[in-house]
Design a protein around this ligand. Structure first.
Ligand code: PHE
Length: 355
C-alpha cells in the first residue's frame, strides 16, 4: 500500500474509534465513502495515474475500499449495540420498587359493600338484577300484595310523581322488592338474583335518609324451603361480617309479600359494638317465603314453584361492619370522611374466597 492509502486507513480507523454515537459515525462514513469522500476522490483520480501503475493502484484501492467498508460497518454494529444497552438500562423496570402513592380516588363504602355482596352471593350462584328508581304503583306495591289503602303503604311513605290521567302516580321505589316482580316477569323461573340499588322514603333524621340503598334477594325453584333461606343468609352474614361463628336469629315477623316472614338478627355487644360477642341482638334484614299470591300475580304457578326473598339496608350493614356512627356523611361528599372510610380501588374484594 502506498503512503497516501495507509494514511487514509489510519485516519479512518482513528476517526471511527473516536466517534461516540451513530451521528458522528455517519459523518465519518460520508467523509470516506460519500460522493465527496476521500476514498471516492482517490478512485476518481485513478484515471490520472500513469498507465503502468494503474493496475496495482486500482487493486490496492479496491482492497482499501473493502477494508474501510468492513471497518465502518463493524463500528456501526458496535454503536447500535451500545445504544440498545443504554436504552435498556434507562427503561429498566424494577418490580421490587414500592408502589407510587395511591391515586386520590377511593371507593365509597356503599359501593364497596355492594361489591362484597355481589362477590359473596355471586359465589352462591346469584345473578344481579336491576330496575328503575321511578316505579309504577303496581310493581312497587300491588303486585307485591300491598293493595291500595293497605296500612303497609304507610310504613313506606315515599315521593310520588305526577300521575298520567286516570292511573295511580308513579313512585320513587320504596324498596328493591319491585325488581322481584321485574325479574320474575323478565327472566322466569327458576331464578336466583340479588338486587343492589337505590331506594327512597319520606324520612329524614340521624339514622334515616330520604335516599338510601337496599339489597334484595330472590330464589325460586321447585323445592326451595325455609332451610335454604336460613342456610343462605347465615352463610352470607358470616362471610360479610367476617365472623365465622356469628350468631344469627330468625324471628317471626310480617311482610305482605312473604309468608311466613322473618326478621333476621345478629348477635353483638351493644356497648362495645363488637359483632358476634355479648348478649344483644341487632335486626339486620327482612326475609320470608315468597307469598303464593305474589307468584300468581306474575303468572307463576305457586303449586309448582316456591322460594324465598330477603331485603337489607346497605348503609346499615356498612355502618355496622366498619363502625361508622352516623348515616348523614354518606351523602355529603366530605373529602375527609371519604379519605377515612373509602377503599383503595386497587384492592378488590376477595370475600367470595371465604364464603
Ligand atoms: N322490602 C322489605 C323492606 O323494604 C324487605 C324485604 C324484602 C322483606 C324481601 C322480605 C322479603 O322492608
Amino acid at each position: 500500500m502506498t503512503d497516501d492509502l495507509s494514511a487514509l486507513q489510519a485516519e479512518t480507523d482513528a476517526a471511527l474509534a473516536a466517534c461516540a454515537d451513530l451521528r458522528a459515525w455517519d459523518a465519518v462514513r460520508v467523509g470516506v465513502l460519500g460522493r465527496n469522500g476521500k476514498l471516492t476522490a482517490l478512485l476518481r483520480d485513478l484515471g490520472k495515474t500513469p498507465p503502468e501503475q494503474r493496475r496495482d493502484r486500482g487493486a490496492a484501492l479496491n482492497r482499501l475500499k473493502e477494508a474501510l467498508t468492513a471497518a465502518i460497518e463493524a463500528r456501526r454494529g458496535a454503536l447500535e449495540a451500545a445504544a440498545l444497552d443504554a436504552r435498556l438500562a434507562a427503561e429498566r423496570l424494577d418490580p421490587s420498587l414500592p408502589p407510587r402513592p395511591r391515586a386520590a380516588g377511593l371507593i365509597h363504602p356503599i359501593s364497596r359493600t355492594m361489591e362484597e355482596m355481589a362477590a359473596i352471593f355471586g359465589a352462591m350462584g346469584f345473578e344481579i338484577a336491576e330496575g328503575p328508581d321511578v316505579e309504577t304503583d303496581w310493581h312497587n306495591f300491588s303486585a307485591l300484595n300491598i293493595p291500595a289503602h293497605h296500612p303497609a303503604r304507610d310504613d313506606q311513605d315515599t315521593f310520588y310523581l305526577t300521575a298520567p290521567p286516570g292511573s295511580p302516580p308513579p313512585v320513587l321505589r320504596t324498596h328493591t322488592s319491585p325488581v322481584q316482580i321485574r325479574a320474575m316477569l323478565g327472566r322466569g323461573v327458576p331464578l336466583r338474583v340479588i338486587v343492589p340499588g337505590r331506594t327512597y322514603r319520606a324520612d329524614h333524621d340521624a339514622t334515616h335518609s330520604p335516599m338510601f340503598h337496599q339489597c334484595e334477594g330472590l330464589v325460586l325453584d321447585r323445592a326451595i324451603t325455609l332451610g335454604h333461606l336460613k342456610g343462605c343468609l347465615i352463610d352470607f352474614l358470616r362471610a360479610f361480617f367476617a365472623v365465622p361463628d356469628l350468631p344469627v336469629r330468625f324471628r317471626a315477623s310480617y311482610f305482605p309479600f312473604t309468608e311466613p316472614s322473618m326478621e333476621v338478627d345478629i348477635g353483638w355487644d351493644r356497648k362495645s359494638g363488637e359483632l358476634g360477642k355479648g348478649a344483644d341482638w341487632l335486626e339486620i334484614l327482612g326475609s320470608g317465603m315468597v307469598h303464593p299470591r305474589v307468584l300468581a300475580n306474575v303468572g307463576i304457578d305457586p303449586r309448582e314453584w316456591q322460594g324465598f326473598a330477603f331485603g337489607m339496608g346497605v348503609e346499615r350493614v356498612t355502618m355496622l361492619k366498619h363502625g361508622i356512627p352516623d348515616l348523614r356523611p354518606f351523602y355529603e361528599s366530605d373529602i375527609r370522611w371519604l379519605r377515612h372510610y373509602g377503599f383503595n380501588p386497587l384492592a378488590p374484594t376477595m370475600l367470595h374466597e371465604g364464603a
